[in-house]
Design a protein around this ligand. Structure first.
Ligand SMILES: *Cc1c(COP(=O)(O)O)cnc(C)c1O
Length: 461
């Protein structure tokens, strides 16, 4: 453990000096590790030494402040330190009475997160592995409630022969809620995909038409933070329309829901608090180590009824808080503890500062890139995501790919790829806990220099 601690510190101290992209590719890595099962064991400290040596060149510097790819948190060091203790403590956090200290910390994470996210303090909350699972659980709670309202107990009677639940989802939703709907038995082929505007927000007119076509109270999936544009659906307009019809609104707020923590920014997602359930990651904007997210439901009862492993009959929805009542898992890691440490370390002011800083830097980055001739910023900066493309049309798509390739291979900063309608884009996510002006300046310089090379035609690859 001492060796591992020392290696962990060395890695994190050196992360800023490394190329962001790993030197070793996946084929090499797999052949290095995937040997025949050793017949004889090896001393514990030799295993750790060897593992570090073999893995070093195959790590991607995702916790670097210069990592702008996908939408990933940077594993805040105080959370990592807490996570090391979680492993050492070896608590099975599935049972509150057996692990009281963990339950105390995880309940604090639930309370504090609800407070920061501007949601009612008596919501049901499950601490899960990621927003994909959080979306699945929220949708399963919705399934329970909507079917119960139609006189059907899905926990007992299952889905075969159940009344229909119409499902509406924005056409620019993330792939995760689509998967979640499949996991929950809704099927991918029977969803109504609602048209969105050019910023990927659900269009109220199209939404009303889709709602009017529903012959039962629907399940509606909205989004706080579209993966490319960062846009928020117009919750204030849409949610009351659904609730007037007895439906359930679930919001995929994997990263974007954290904007709620900043009072000045809350108006951008006004009405999001009216929904019935929310999925939000802790391992993205809060920068908790992977895997951590929250599934939140306004009414705790359907969450417990659908998740409790203690039997669907008479679920205990009393004050007693049993972790396994709100999550899929029975045995589980104390995965809320790292977020406890981060929230304790940052406090309300620290979370607000971080989220506001990322939004400010995204705006600044977009403005600077937009002033470079031939670079187009495609999105209105709604939060921390910036979507750009280079050049025009088909030639521009190829040039955009070349620019991204040069920037990524250079290894100083790491934005990633996306698509915007027909166009290839470079997507920038400003989300690392330590990302500041220095890093976004470097990103702008790297992209600008690569674009000048590509446009000048001297980009020998
Ligand atoms: C990342 C993301 C997800 C999936 O979350 P995981 O934590 O990777 O499971 C879902 N929705 C949105 C909008 C996301 O950005």
């Amino acid at each position: 453990m001492q060796d591992a601690g020392r290696y962990a510190i060395e890695y994190r101290e050196g992360v800023g000096k490394r190329s962001i992209v790993p030197e070793m590719d996946v084929d090499e890595a797999v052949s290095r590790f995937r040997t025949a099962l050793p017949e004889q064991g090896m001393a514990a400290n030799s295993v750790i030494d060897q593992m570090v040596e073999d893995a070093d060149a195959g790590l991607s510097q995702m916790c670097s402040p210069r990592y702008f790819g996908y939408v990933l948190g940077g594993s805040h060091p105080v959370g990592v330190a807490a996570d090391m203790l979680v492993s050492a403590w070896g608590q099975n956090a599935g049972s509150a009475a057996e692990t009281p200290a963990i339950t105390g910390m995880e309940r604090a994470v639930c309370d504090w997160s609800l407070d920061l996210l501007g949601l009612p303090e008596d919501c049901g909350v499950g601490i899960v592995t990621g927003a994909t699972v959080a979306n699945t659980q929220g949708i399963m709670a919705a399934r329970h409630a909507l079917l119960q309202n139609q006189g059907w107990d899905v926990e007992d009677q299952g889905l075969f022969g159940a009344p229909e639940i119409p499902v509406l989802i924005g056409d620019a939703a993330h792939s995760a809620p689509f998967a979640a709907l499949r996991y929950a038995g809704f099927g991918a082929g029977r969803l109504s995909r609602v048209a969105v505007d050019e910023q990927r927000r659900v269009l109220p007119g199209a939404f009303k038409t889709a709602l009017d076509a529903c012959d039962a109270p629907p399940l509606v999936i909205l989004q706080a933070g579209q993966i490319n544009s960062g846009a928020f659906d117009p919750f204030e307009v849409l949610i009351p329309m659904v609730q007037a019809r007895g439906g359930w609104v679930h919001v995929d707020g994997a990263f974007g829901l954290w904007l709620q923590a900043v009072p000045e920014l809350r108006k951008r997602l006004a009405g999001v608090e009216l929904a019935d359930s929310w999925a939000v990651d802790l391992h993205k904007w809060l920068n908790a180590p992977f895997d951590a997210a929250l599934c939140i439901t306004r009414d705790r009862a359907p969450l417990v009824a659908s998740m409790s492993a203690r039997g669907s009959y008479l679920p205990d929805t009393s004050e007693h808080w049993e972790p396994t009542d709100s999550t899929f898992e029975l045995s589980r890691r104390a995965r809320g503890v790292a977020s406890y440490a981060i929230l304790r370390h940052l406090g309300r002011a620290g979370v607000q500062e971080m989220v506001a800083r990322h939004c400010r830097l995204a705006r600044l980055t977009a403005d600077r890139l937009a002033s470079v001739p031939g670079i187009t910023v495609l999105n209105e900066i709604a939060c921390n995501q910036v979507a750009i493309c280079c050049g025009e049309a088909a030639e521009g798509d190829e040039q955009t790919r070349q620019v991204l390739d040069i920037v990524q291979k250079n290894g100083l900063v790491y934005p990633s790829h996306g698509t915007w309608g027909e166009r290839q884009i470079i997507r920038i996510s400003v989300i690392g806990y330590a990302t500041g002006d220095l890093e976004t300046d470097m990103l702008v310089d790297e992209i600008t220099a690569a674009w000048q090379r590509v446009r000048g035609g001297n980009h020998a690859s």
